[in-house]
Design a protein around this ligand. Structure first.
Ligand code: URA
Length: 444
């Protein structure tokens, strides 16, 4: 295949024919297009974008490069959630079992943390014994049996995206709305879904930091989903501060269990209930989000969501006793407080440096093949706007040893500045709801 003329046309702002995208991706997946040509094409897309027909063709070609989950006729509606990633985002660990406990099937394929963002697979693997590498047959059978499987992308799912994503990571071509949208949707559509809910993070800790970019990404993915028979809804949620209090793998897993027990921070619970309500409506389990939310609240109160999480952990080889005894999760060797150095108000808690502090402690990775320490991280004790007095513990650093804790203490102090005057109110936690009918601005 002659790739150079395609690169030149894309570089010059022309659209390629759908059949050209199909052939290009097929040839790349087969190993007959070299990475250097594909890198040039990705850079051309980053600058020139993709037209609607190209977006669809690229998504379909990546989807067809691998297998799909296929379910029998008696399986309940399959609905998944995807988050574009942030710091402290442990929502999937709460949401998947909670929604499955009320009768929606959740085949949730997730990723690992990279850069400053965490990943669901790493949080799950903090549970002793938990296996996230399921074959597609095993994941399908588990969804049919217990309503949920939490697993990683295998070689079988959208292998073209797997290679392309690694290439984008190495060539500065991740931050492209059409490339992000086609990458995410090709994998999600392979799950055999009846509907998809997107948590599009917005703000300085998100992949895309500007509101209009987040809205554009949401609309693009919604259109791709709808055209392929997978109704898709998006909520835009704030990533100008970490979500919840715990940041770091085992610490976040513990916080997720706390929420399933009816405890835990209000913001994580709120985002979980809002996304879950959309999932129940898409699955036609409830007629509207208000009724759906009440149903999920009851499943939290009754412990049904926690019990489903226990069953999932057991099915995937993990120690189910963690749901009663969180001390079974890995624990860091040293816990050191981050103290307020003056009286005043916490003005902000920037998520990216918190994510970097976790990586510095050994809990995140710079490259996908890096190994991580699940026990380390940071637990916040305050939110932006809270009042503190000198010496108050604003956070705890959980580190391998006191020396590595000390290395991030000054970083954490800088991340949580204290000032005499209270900061302006935080932007809403859930700011917009996007459907194929348009954008609704939400108040909270
Ligand atoms: N997540 C993905 O799966 N793909 C992207 O391109 C970005 C985030």
């Amino acid at each position: 295949m002659f790739v150079a003329p395609l690169i030149q046309r894309k570089r010059d702002g022309q659209a390629l024919e759908p059949a050209e995208w199909t052939s290009l991706i097929r040839a790349y997946a087969a190993g007959t297009v070299p990475d250097y040509q594909m890198s040039a094409m990705l850079m051309a897309v980053l600058f020139q974008g993709l037209e609607d027909s190209e977006l669809g063709a690229l998504t379909d070609a990546m989807l067809r490069s691998g297998a799909r989950l296929e379910f029998g006729p008696d399986v309940p509606p399959r609905i998944d959630k995807h988050s574009t990633g942030g710091v402290g985002d442990k929502v999937s660990l709460v949401l998947a079992p909670l929604v499955a406990s009320v009768g929606v099937a959740v085949p949730m394929m997730s990723g690992r943390g990279l850069g400053h963002t965490g990943g669901t697979l790493d949080k799950l693997e903090a549970i002793p014994g938990f296996r996230t590498s399921l074959t597609l047959d095993r994941a399908t059978a588990q969804v049919e049996r217990i309503g949920c499987a939490l697993f990683g992308q295998t070689e079988q799912i959208a292998p073209a995206d797997r290679r392309l994503y690694a290439l984008r990571d190495a060539t500065g071509t991740v931050e492209s709305i059409p490339l992000i949208a086609t990458s995410i949707m090709s994998k999600k559509l392979a799950e055999g879904l009846n509907g998809l809910v997107l948590d599009v993070k917005t703000g300085p800790g998100a992949f895309l930091q500007e509101l209009d970019e987040s809205l554009d990404l949401a609309r693009t993915m919604i259109r791709l989903g709808k055209e392929r028979g997978c109704p898709t809804v998006a909520l835009l949620t704030a990533m100008d501060r970490p979500l919840g209090m715990a940041c770091g793998n085992a610490l976040e897993t513990a916080e997720a269990i706390a929420i399933l027990r009816g405890e835990g921070p209000a913001d994580v619970r709120e985002v979980t209930l809002a996304l879950g309500a959309e999932m129940l409506v898409l699955g036609e389990i409830e007629p509207d989000t208000a009724t759906a939310r009440r149903r999920l609240e009851r499943a939290l109160e009754s412990g049904a969501g926690l019990e489903t999480f226990r069953i999932i952990i057991e099915a995937q080889g993990g120690d189910p006793r963690v749901v009663e005894d969180m001390n079974r999760l890995p624990r860091a060797g040293a816990v050191v407080p981050v103290e307020a150095s003056s009286d005043g108000y916490v003005t902000s808690i920037a998520p990216r440096p918190v994510g970097r502090a976790i990586a510095e402690l050994g809990g995140g990775r710079a490259r996908i093949e890096d190994t991580i320490d699940p026990s380390v991280g940071v637990v916040l004790r305050v939110k932006p706007g809270d009042q503190v007095t000198t010496g108050d513990a604003m956070a705890e650093v959980h580190a391998r040893d006191p020396e590595s804790a000390r290395r991030v203490l000054s970083l954490m102090q800088a991340v949580m500045p204290v000032s005499d005057t209270p900061p302006p109110p935080l932007p809403p936690l859930i700011s917009h709801r996007v459907t194929d009918h348009g954008v609704e601005v939400l108040s909270g």
